[in-house]
Design a protein around this ligand. Sequence first.
Ligand SMILES: NC(=O)c1ccc[n+]([C@@H]2O[C@H](COP(=O)([O-])OP(=O)(O)OC[C@H]3O[C@@H](n4cnc5c(N)ncnc54)[C@H](OP(=O)(O)O)[C@@H]3O)[C@@H](O)[C@H]2O)c1
Length: 329
Amino acid sequence: MDYSAKDTRYDNMVYRRCGQSGIKLPALSLGLWHNFAGVDVFENSRAIICKAFDLGITHIDLANNYGPPPGSAEETFGAIFEKDLKPYRDELIISTKAGYGMWSGPYGDWGSKKYLVSSLDQSLKRMKLNYVDIFYHHRPDPETPIEETMAALDLIVRQGKALYAGISNYSAEQTEKAIKVLKQLGTPCLIHQAKYSMFERWVEGGLLDVLEKQGSGCISFSPLAQGLLTDKYLGGIPEGSRASKEHGFLKPQNITDEKIEKVRKLNELSKKRSQSLAQLAIAWLLKDNRITSILIGASKVEQVEDCVNSINNLNFTKEELNEIEKILK
Ligand SMILES: NC(=O)c1ccc[n+]([C@@H]2O[C@H](COP(=O)([O-])OP(=O)(O)OC[C@H]3O[C@@H](n4cnc5c(N)ncnc54)[C@H](OP(=O)(O)O)[C@@H]3O)[C@@H](O)[C@H]2O)c1
C-alpha cells in the first residue's frame, strides 16, 4: 500500500526548542534501536514509523550499530524512506551515531576522525540519505583526544553531511569540555542524548545544569527503562516482549522483584491519573523543560499511540510528585 502522510499530523504534537538553537523537536521522538532490524518484520517497522509521523513525530533516531545485524536498522529505515518518507524529507529530523564497534581493524570503533567520517559515509548509504540532521558521537573515547573527536563532528557539519552535532553518554564534566571545544571550532553542540527515566536519574546530578548553562538540549533515551516502566512485566515475562528475545538488551535478570514492586505502585498511581504507566513515565520526564524530547522505542503501532497520548496530561500535583519520590526511593 502507498503511504501518504495524514493532514492532521501537526494538530496535537508539542514541539520544544532544543537548547538555544533554532531547532524544535517533538516532545516525543522515535528510536530504532530495537524492532527495526534485519531480524524484525519489515511491514511492522514500516507501520510504526508511518504512524509516528502521522502523529507529529518528526524526529527519528538511529545509530550505525542498531540491529541485529549491525547496520540493518539503518537499512530498514533507508527502505522505508525510499518507499514512504522521501517527499517529507524537509519535515524530518533524522539522526545517527558512531562510537561503538562496527567493523574490524583499528578504525571501526570509538572516536577517531577516521572512524567517525567513514562511519557516517556508510550510514548515509544505508539510509539512502544525502545528509543527516544530527550526527552524534555515541560514547566518550578514553584514548582519543576530545579535540580530535569534536574536530571530526565539526568537519562533518562543515561538509554538509550533518546539519548539527551531538554527543551521547558523556558525563557532565566531559560534556562541558566537548561543548567548549565545539564552540571554539564554531560548531555548537545541539544536543546531548542521555539515558533518563524514573529508574535512571544520573542526569539530575549535574548534566542538565551544564546543558542549560551552555544552551544545549537534552533528549532522554530509554524513558520506559526498555519497557519495564509499563504494566507488561507485572505478571512475568510475556512472549514477544524485549526481555523474552535473545537479542533484546533488557535481560530477565534486570527485572527484579524490587523493581516490579515499584512498577506496581507507579501503575496504581497512573490509574488514578487516568493514564497508562508509560504515559505517566513520559509525562514525568517532560515536566522538566530542560528536556527537549523523550526518545521512545516501540514494537507495535499501538504503543506509539499510547505514548503520544501522554501529552494530554503533563501536569502533576505536588502530592503526586511526592508520592512518586516515595515510591522510587
Ligand atoms: N545513545 C545511546 O546510547 C542509546 C542507548 C539506548 C537507546 N537509545 C535510543 O533510545 C531509543 C529508545 O530506547 P528504548 O527502546 O530502550 O526506549 P523505551 O521507550 O524505554 O523502551 C521501548 C520499549 O518499551 C515498550 N513500550 C513502549 N511503549 C509502550 C507502551 N505504550 N506500552 C507498553 N510497552 C511499551 C516496548 O517493549 P516491547 O518491545 O517489549 O514491546 C518498546 O520496545 C532507542 O531506539 C535509541 O534510539 C540510545
